[in-house]
Design a protein around this ligand. Structure first.
Ligand SMILES: O=C(O)c1ccc[n+]([C@@H]2O[C@H](COP(=O)([O-])O)[C@@H](O)[C@H]2O)c1
Ligand SMILES: Cc1cc2nc[nH]c2cc1C
Length: 340
């Protein structure tokens, strides 16, 4: 049953000076933000994006178009402000936090980089589980702790990005296991494999599935076996952000898989999530369909880093601003729909 606040929110949307429904998806977003914040006067405050970076044992098995050194190199690029996410967050006034979740490199102390290194990278899941149970649980706790720190700054809308060469392999395996769908439907080009290389990636990942055939669909076990530290930390962060009633901006394929893990642990996370864009990575379209969500943007992007969140943020702002600032038919003296 619709609550009385839900009815009031919908009434407010429908009485703005526009044909009913004419602001399309913006109306759904406004409804969601007002519902999450439990108010007819929602606001977005101190937007943040956290990027979690980590190295992957599987990256040595020829599953990515790029070498694993790119992960620490890109972290340095984030620190120096040169990556796409730096540019877009600056453009839209979004605060950016960088987290070393487990990169295979010892960074110098830097005030722009948060040290949360679980280890120097996950193990290769062709041989053994990527993480221990304890490491996986530590990731969830660390992600949650970071979100609490962000919320303490006055933030109520948070997006998550990732950087980790090899992490589309982790994400594909987790998706296949948790949704019980064929691996083939979950595996794509990642950061840019050609067709022959995707076939090799498939055969490597099939071996990993065989190796861990005893793993059922328990989300913590799946995350521990195939995950990356950044995927698990993001999962813990999303769960905490939902608990704190923050709006959660979900980026592309890998971030959506973190969301899937979070959803399997606590289904209420769905109410807080805004899916920012439809990634070009093969598995994402199916994942979005299975989740029953309709991403804000489709820009043919497949970058990660939280770039989809940064691009969708001003659209979310427009949703909140029309809801709070537009005149109503009554206040503007505009005639309503004719009774025909
Ligand atoms: O966000 C996405 O949809 C997305 C799709 C494909 C690749 N990526 C990025 O590319 C990296 C993973 O690609 P790969 O091929 O190394 O598994 C990782 O750093 C991700 O941020 C991201
Ligand atoms: C250069 C580069 C930048 C990235 N950012 C996120 N994933 C990435 C993968 C590569 C290869």
């Amino acid at each position: 049953m619709q609550s009385s606040l839900s009815k009031e929110i919908q009434h407010k949307i429908d009485h703005k000076t526009k044909p009913v429904g004419a602001l399309g998806k913006l109306e759904k977003l406004a409804f969601q933000v007002a519902s999450v914040q439990n108010t007819l006067t929602p606001e977005l405050t101190k937007p943040h994006i956290i990027i979690f970076a980590a190295s992957h044992g599987i990256a040595s098995s020829g599953v990515s178009a790029y070498p694993s050194e790119v992960t620490p190199q890109m972290v340095l690029n984030f620190i120096n402000g040169g990556a796409a996410i730096n540019v877009f967050t600056k453009q839209h006034g979004i605060n950016l936090w960088l987290v070393d979740a487990g990169v295979d490199y010892d960074f110098d102390q830097n005030e722009r980089l948060i040290h949360a290194k679980i280890s120097h990278g996950t193990r290769n899941f062709l041989k053994e589980a990527a993480m221990t149970k304890e490491e996986c649980e530590n990731c969830l706790l660390k992600g949650a702790e970071l979100v609490r720190k962000v919320q303490d700054t006055g933030c109520n809308v948070i997006g998550f990005g990732e950087m980790g060469i090899g992490n589309t392999s982790s994400a594909s395996l987790i998706m296949s296991k948790l949704l019980n769908i064929p691996l083939e439907d979950c595996v794509g080009k990642g950061s840019g494999l050609n067709d022959a290389q995707v076939i090799h990636k498939m055969s490597v990942l099939n071996k990993a599935l065989e190796k861990h055939s005893d793993v059922d669909d328990d989300p913590l076990k799946v995350l521990q076996t195939f995950g990356g530290y950044e995927i698990a930390m993001m999962c813990g962060a999303m769960l905490e952000a939902a608990k704190l009633k923050m709006i959660v901006l979900v980026d592309g394929f890998i971030a959506s898989v973190s969301f899937l893990c979070a959803l399997k642990m606590n289904s209420s996370v769905q109410d807080y999530a805004v899916f920012c864009h439809q990634s070009n990575e093969k598995g994402h379209q199916l994942l979005v369909q299975k989740l029953g969500v309709d991403p804000v943007l489709k820009m043919d992007m497949r970058l990660g880093e939280g770039t989809g969140c940064a691009l969708a943020y001003p659209i979310l702002q427009s949703a909140v601003f029309f809801f709070t600032e537009m005149a109503s038919f009554e206040s503007a003296g505009v005639s309503q729909k004719a009774e025909l």
